[in-house]
Design a binder for this molecule. Sequence first.
Ligand code: TXA
Ligand code: MG
Length: 347
Amino acid sequence: MSACRPAQPSPAPRPRRARTYAGTARNLGTLARVLRRGGLVAAPTETVYGLAANALDPAACEKIFVAKARPQTDPLIVHIDALADLARLAHVNAPALLLAQKFWPGPLTLVLPKTDLVPAIVSAGLPSVAVRQPSHPLFRRLIRLAGVPLAAPSANPFGYVSPTTAAHVQAGLGDKISHILDGGPCAVGLESTIVDLRDPARPRLLRPGAISRAQLEETLGQPVLAPRRRRQPAAAAQIAPGLLTRHYSPHTPVQLHPCFTPAAIARSGPTHAWVFLAKPTIRSRTAATNLFWLDSRGDLGRVAHRLFAVLRQLDHAGFARIHVELAPGHAGLADAINDRLRRAAAR
Ligand code: TXA
Ligand code: MG
């Protein structure tokens, strides 16, 4: 959205206390020491920024839940530096190995039966663990230097839009944490695809992401079940994750549309923001101060990359409502983008 113009100045920033570190060798050493000593570090992955702690240290992991105000019923993803580390954390099966070999390092999380090494706080008491080998070079170096797997949920207050820049982390958690590693904007921009492989005969997609269900099925040579759409009671550990229906939500109400009509835009007036996937060809009577687009050509990779940043920007711009156009179709990135949009719009 090169032309994304907030309608009003942003509100005054909150007090900031976290220190932001560039990804130098010296800083990475410092931050790895923080992690080894049981501290928290927010750091970039290729999907979104994560709030990391030593996954093998229950007291360190507890700090994640406190900083995010996240219920302990919501289990954490554990990040590893090498595929060889997977067997320490999880009981690996053949489809898991196939997927890991094909898509790791990358935006794919595997849910598998856990080993005793994984503390109960990480798995929310479940007998399973979610594991991912991220591809972001800084995050990988941080894991390697820390010498332990890192538990990391998205580095945002629970329920809010996930952060895709260090500034987003600062804005959301800057008064709750002390260390942020800045690796620039996240390339993918949406959280990882999660696959449940507890039963290798019945793989199930738990959360759509940049790696599509079709890609998973092609690699596995077997069907991957669709996510269960059942609502889960918030108090129960999230077996088919997670992801409460309302999640990733701006404070401003979000309304979704299969496509926008000029009449609806004209009727709404300038207090409503309209977010197109591609540069719009229609014009509104409000001199277009309320029209935005995610990518000039509507390329879904670019749309995913910018979606959370744009939702945050508009959330702070004082609009009464944010209207967003759904991505066309049901495959691949469209599925992941629309999943996040539906959660953002859920009330
Ligand atoms: O891209 C990502 O996955 C990012 C980056 C930081 O890696 N992380 C992320 O974490 O999105 P989080 O906590 O926001 O979402 C992880 C989801 C949770 O909603 C949780 O319910 C599910 O994964 N999950 C974690 N462990 C699980 C388990 N043992 N069984 C089922 N679901 C699990
Ligand atoms: Mg999250």
